[in-house]
Design a binder for this molecule. Structure first.
Ligand SMILES: [Zn+2]
Length: 93
């Protein structure tokens, strides 16, 4: 992650869980003249591919199935001003 102050790469020094699906990450800027230390949050927001574990082994995970492309399209909010990431697919290269 880039440092929000100087733009140099910042590395994670430590992290701690905030919930089952989120963590706080403590970053340290690698620019010796900056050395900014900051905290970011990372959260799991959805499943992209189903787990191979049996369903009875998948306790406590609220997003335990992948949403198929057709379901995404059916449930997608209608906003004519917004580009669809579903239509374009994942980034290439
Ligand atoms: Zn910096």
């Amino acid at each position: 992650m880039p440092c929000p102050i100087c733009g140099h790469t910042a590395h994670i020094r430590t992290s701690r869980p905030m919930s089952d699906v989120s963590r706080e990450q403590y970053y340290h800027c690698t620019n010796g003249r900056c050395s900014h230390i900051f905290v970011a949050m990372i959260s799991i927001v959805r499943t992209v591919g189903d787990s191979l574990l049996p369903k009875e082994k998948q306790s406590g995970w609220p997003f335990n199935y992948a949403i198929t492309r057709s379901k995404k399209l059916q449930n997608a909010p209608c906003d004519e001003l917004q580009l669809s990431l579903i239509e374009t697919g994942p980034p290439s290269g």
